[in-house]
Design a protein around this ligand. Structure first.
Ligand code: SF4
Ligand code: SF4
Length: 300
């Protein structure tokens, strides 16, 4: 159970071998033609969360771009054969800052950019990057886990939720943060579905202004004014050395009832200093939900 729980941290998906039954389950689903590939959904974005992308102490966009750009260039320059991989690994680990948010989770040095436009993050050891040679055997997790692992989002997000995220987000940094945040996606869908008395259809969400409205909501991950800036926070989790915990908002101390938006606030790593801040935050979320419901309802 702990493994599944840990695997639900977007950082840890490839951490634990106990997830094999889950892998087999997903392998079965993969043969289904309705299977939606969340890791590399299209040419405009991808996710690298379970390779440790967001587990660096500085996981801001600029820092990650610098890191991935440098190691991708180095990989193409010095890795001509599998024999060069150890040298590459030593160079990366010797020159890059290795400070992690959560020390238990590995940050893989082979995660880089897959395309010159730097739109997709992914594995530099993958056969598609190496003229068909699969080099993942040298990695920390090994070829089998790297190849076969599918995170809990594959299982828990509905087809509509997956297709919506893929349709509205074309930014690898934001996409990886959102596709792995099951609570945030589910809470948003629940709120808008309750307001519409139906599940919104991804085909319709792709149209404007719905697409922009959904994107604006998920962009709260990047611009949320009440986000706790602590390095040891990510989404609803906080870390203490080798321990991780789920945060809790102390509503009593704020003189309030538990907010109806609690799961969203936790996903956004919120820290409120006062009741007024909490009320203002609720207003922001309600505004996003209402705007979507109104646009969706008035669009035939
Ligand atoms: S979608 Fe899931 S399995 Fe794929 S890279 Fe992201 S966290 Fe890993
Ligand atoms: S070897 Fe590739 S797939 Fe495996 S953890 Fe590293 S970057 Fe990810």
């Amino acid at each position: 159970m702990k493994s599944i729980l840990l695997a639900s941290l977007c950082l840890t998906c490839k951490f634990i071998p106990h997830i094999v039954p889950f892998i087999m389950q997903t392998e079965k689903a993969k043969s289904d033609c309705s299977f939606i590939h969340l890791c590399q959904p299209d040419l405009c974005k991808s996710c690298g969360a379970c390779c440790g992308l967001y587990n660096y102490a500085d996981s801001g966009r600029e820092a990650l771009v610098r890191r991935l750009r440098w190691r991708t260039a180095l990989f193409h320059e010095i890795v001509k054969d599998s024999e060069n991989l150890e040298h590459f690994s030593n160079l990366i680990r010797g020159t890059e800052d290795q400070t992690r948010r959560y020390e238990v989770i590995y940050c893989c040095e082979y995660l880089g950019f897959l395309d010159p436009a730097e739109k997709r993050v992914g594995c530099l050891l993958h056969p598609l990057q190496n003229q068909g040679r699969d080099l993942r055997g040298v990695s920390f997790y090994g070829q089998e886990l790297c190849d076969g692992h599918f995170c809990p989002s594959y299982h828990y997000l509905s087809s509509e939720e997956k297709r919506t995220l893929i349709a509205v987000i074309d930014d690898w940094y934001l996409y990886g943060l959102c596709v792995t945040d099951i609570d945030l996606v589910k809470a948003y869908f629940r709120l808008v579905s309750d307001g519409l008395f139906a599940t919104p259809r991804p085909e319709k969400i792709k149209m404007e202004p719905m697409r922009s409205l959904v994107l604006k909501f998920f962009e709260l991950k990047l611009v949320w004014p009440y986000r706790d800036p602590a390095v040891n926070r990510l989404g609803k989790y906080y870390f203490d050395g080798a321990q991780y915990m789920i945060d809790r908002i102390d509503y009593e101390a704020l003189g309030c009832e538990k907010s109806r938006f609690d799961p969203i606030f936790l996903s956004l790593s919120s820290r409120f200093k006062s009741r007024e801040e909490l009320l203002a935050a609720e207003k922001i979320i309600q505004g996003h939900v209402d705007a979507f419901i109104e646009a969706y309802s008035s669009c035939s």
